[in-house]
Design a protein around this ligand. Structure first.
Ligand SMILES: [Zn+2]
Length: 412
């Protein structure tokens, strides 16, 4: 198959394809910033993963959703992504399609997830006996592996999420804790679909782990602490229930996914989904060169990120924006600035510009200013005035004999 022929369907004009498709991270950045297209370089390198999710680059439209997910892969400090929208807008498809774009990180070879840095942090007792032996003999405990997508099922129990007693080990009369999903999500993406419908205890466990980067499980005489530094990706349909403000605050970027409004785009999306359903491997193969390129671009942007600098005058502009929007949460500037840095890195630059902030500001700052909090604080101000008014009245009364005088007023 020739690399130009990357569309699953015939009869599409060049103009059609340029409207609905991006072929690389570079094009995505160029598209959302309204820049001229540069044609993607394809190196002919292709490989098909065992899993065949719908290709990220075959998703029609939804530019903001794609950009937010790409930025979250480039810079985990952004704080993840929340996708909000009705059913059938490609939210879950987009998240699962990230599998082929994920970068590489060191990964434990052990069932219990022991890592070399466990030994640095907590000594040889911090790893399991098998790994302690391996460590002693200089054998590797970890290998390079792709970041994974860990999905939290809606029916997960708290024990599945944080871990619990290992029944396998209990059979051999050893008490040992089994890792939960949150520890498996360490250094990975944690995807929570229908995040607004999760049980409170599970949401709290996720929030605690996300806040601290680790969590502790206690069962009887034993306890264990697990690292849990993950990029949280959530999706929700607001028609099915609201999200607690505490959880909403935890998400960095917020994308409102709407249905495609363009008739041609809708038709194109339909055709691509049909082509994929009839032959997933063939569709994946058609996009594999571009997918590989985008994965490399994301890795390069991650490598560049530590060098990307936020100039003070650009930061001041961002702070002014947040001030004018009356946003209280300090996560607003973390997300805005870190997303700006990721955007600059994706564009191959080492300095964040006003334009970078402009591109990411809506998704970083929307749904953060709370009408409730503004009203609440205004009410407090009114109440405070009332309190001062009464006190002041009382003080004035003190100096006016015959009116409103008591002992406590005298002692003031
Ligand atoms: Zn181990």
């Amino acid at each position: 198959m020739n690399s130009e022929n990357n569309l699953p369907l015939s009869g599409e004009t060049e103009q059609d394809s340029s409207r609905s498709q991006v072929r690389s991270l570079r094009e995505l950045i160029d598209r959302v910033s309204g820049r001229e297209f540069r044609s993607a370089q394809t190196d002919g390198e292709s490989g098909i993963a065992d899993l065949t999710p719908f290709p990220f680059l075959a998703l029609v439209g939804q530019m903001e959703m794609k950009l937010a997910l790409a930025l979250a892969l480039i810079n985990p400090v952004i704080g993840g992504v929340l996708l909000i929208g009705p059913r059938g807008t490609g939210k879950t498809t987009a998240v699962r399609s990230l599998i082929d774009l994920l970068p590489q990180i060191p990964r434990s070879l052990c069932y219990y997830g022991c890592m070399p840095e466990d030994v640095e942090g907590g000594g040889i007792d911090a790893i399991c006996p098998d790994c302690a032996r391996k460590f002693g003999q200089g054998e590797p405990l970890a290998t390079l592996d792709k970041v994974r997508l860990v999905e939290l099922p809606l029916n997960a129990r708290l024990e599945d999420v944080i871990g619990g007693l290992d029944e396998r080990a209990a059979l051999h009369e050893r008490l040992r804790l089994k890792r939960g999903l949150l520890s498996q999500a360490d250094k990975n993406l944690l995807y929570v679909d229908e995040v607004n419908l999760l049980a409170d205890e599970i949401v709290d466990a996720i929030l605690d782990a996300a806040a601290q980067g680790s969590y502790t499980v206690r069962r009887g005489p034993i306890s264990s602490t697990y690292r849990s530094r993950f990029v949280l990706i959530g999706s929700m349909n607001p028609e099915e229930g609201r999200l607690r403000p505490q959880i909403l605050d935890r998400f960095g970027l917020r994308v409102v996914a709407r249905g495609l409004s363009d008739r041609d785009e809708r038709l194109e999306a339909y055709k691509r989904v049909q082509a994929y359903l009839s032959n997933p491997r063939s569709t994946v193969k058609q996009y594999s060169a571009e997918t590989n390129q985008m994965a490399q671009e994301i890795q390069s942007a991650r490598d560049l990120l530590p060098q990307v600098d936020l100039p003070n005058e650009v930061a001041q502009m961002g702070l002014e924006l947040i001030e004018q929007l009356k946003i209280d949460s300090l996560r607003a500037e973390i997300t805005l600035f870190e997303a700006g840095r990721a955007h600059a890195a994706a564009d191959g630059r080492e300095k964040v510009t006003y334009e970078d902030l402009r591109q990411v500001a809506p998704m970083a700052l929307r749904l953060r200013s709370s009408a409730f909090m503004v009203e609440y604080l205004n009410q407090q101000a009114v109440e405070d005035e009332k309190i001062y008014a009464i006190l002041d009245n009382k003080l004035r009364a003190q100096s006016t004999p015959g009116e409103f005088v008591d002992d406590s007023a005298k002692s003031l």
